[in-house]
Design a protein around this ligand. Sequence first.
Ligand SMILES: NC(=O)c1ccc[n+]([C@@H]2O[C@H](COP(=O)([O-])OP(=O)(O)OC[C@H]3O[C@@H](n4cnc5c(N)ncnc54)[C@H](OP(=O)(O)O)[C@@H]3O)[C@@H](O)[C@H]2O)c1
Length: 451
Amino acid sequence: MAENNPSIFDVIILGASGFTGKYVVREALKFLNVPNSPLKSLALAGRSPSRLSEALNWAASPHLPPKIPLLTADTSDPNSLARLAAQAKILLNCVGPFRLYGHPVVEACVESGCDYLDISGEPDFMERMEALFHEKAVEKGSLVISACGFDSIPAEIGLMFHSKHWAGSSCPNSVDAYLSLESDKKIVGNFGTYESAVLGVANADKLMELRRSRPKRARPAIPGPGPAKGSIIEHQKHLGLWALKLPSADSIVVRRTLSTLTENPHGLPGVNETPEHHKKREAFWSSMKPAHFGVKLATKSLLGLFPVIMLGIFIGLLSKTSLGRWLLLKFPSFFSCGWFKKKGPSEDQVASATFKMWFVGHGYSDSSLASQGSKKVDTEVITRVSGPEIGYLTTPIILLQCALSLLNDRENLPKGGVFTPGIIFGPTDLQERLQDNGISFDFISKKALPT
Ligand SMILES: NC(=O)c1ccc[n+]([C@@H]2O[C@H](COP(=O)([O-])OP(=O)(O)OC[C@H]3O[C@@H](n4cnc5c(N)ncnc54)[C@H](OP(=O)(O)O)[C@@H]3O)[C@@H](O)[C@H]2O)c1
């Protein structure tokens, strides 16, 4: 935890000149020095002062940009990162692919004891950082929390919201999240996300190797049978959606949160926690009911899944060789059927897109049914998280609200360590903050299933 030093910025945004970074700056400016906001000082950091200044102008427009320090830092220069970390309470990292650039940034933050949040959706990076830096981060008082963007807060906080609707002795067995992206314009993502995905698939075996070298994590006790295999493509008639299983970071991050919770059933104590927060945290986690969790990408027509299937096949086949990776990275638009572009989406395309993530839970009206050996679930609960475009509107909203929650609530959060966002932000006011900023959490239905 950075000390109370006036030369320290509440937040430094690294990678502020990137496609996502500039939207993060725009979101941050909304909260800089406004009443009731804990964000009193902000600096932007990156390789090029002129690109940072351009990003600040864009983010502030149509207003004149405020006077914000622009700091030079390059992930290949450890001294520049050490200088940055020494000036930050919280560093928001938007420099990806994280598997290429994230390690030295985390290292610098841990060494200096400042807090670190990022928007990574790369499980191998997250788990490697945990393996390398958790103990040191605990010692130094640095909280390191990846996946504070669309990956994986809607999944993490959405599952916790869903869990609340299994009241009393009822309990879920499985929760499937159906992610539907909607727009009256073409849905487009920037190259940075595509490159991160290609490199993630290319290095999947390294993640397996890392996991084999690590102690086995605890698994939660989930009433009822194990996770169902299910079909790769499924028709959810009542949602009007066709869905395809997605190898997403979300289910991995959620699983890690549930493991930490199983190892710490009351959650993680704050460094200087108030008795009220202690009570709130214990009550929050005691009502959390774990479930088998998976994510599926959903579209209104079967044909809508075609580009996703093609992209999956191309990345699966080509990412394993250097020539294949070169082709994938050279022609993103071709291999992704126009979903990813080197120049990213236009502002109009960003503004017109939205998402809905439906959480369909199946379980028991009474958990004793599962302990009596019943395999057949008798209850269905549906909840939903929805909001604006995922990569450049929802992700900056989430990242900023995580940072503000951290600034407000630091004493109630653990001294340090490398953690998933759910275990840290679950018992805070993050869900309310997201709701206040355009991301909705809704209860849709609960019904008995024929047994
Ligand atoms: N969680 C989510 O849902 C979500 C959403 C959006 C994005 N993301 C992730 O965010 C990452 C960035 O995506 P993007 O589309 O914004 O990429 P981008 O436009 O390529 O931006 C990359 C940024 O990193 C900076 N950078 C690159 N190399 C650097 C280095 N050696 N030292 C310092 N800065 C360096 C670039 O600075 P220059 O201006 O100097 O080149 C730029 O600011 C990706 O990993 C993507 O997957 C996640």
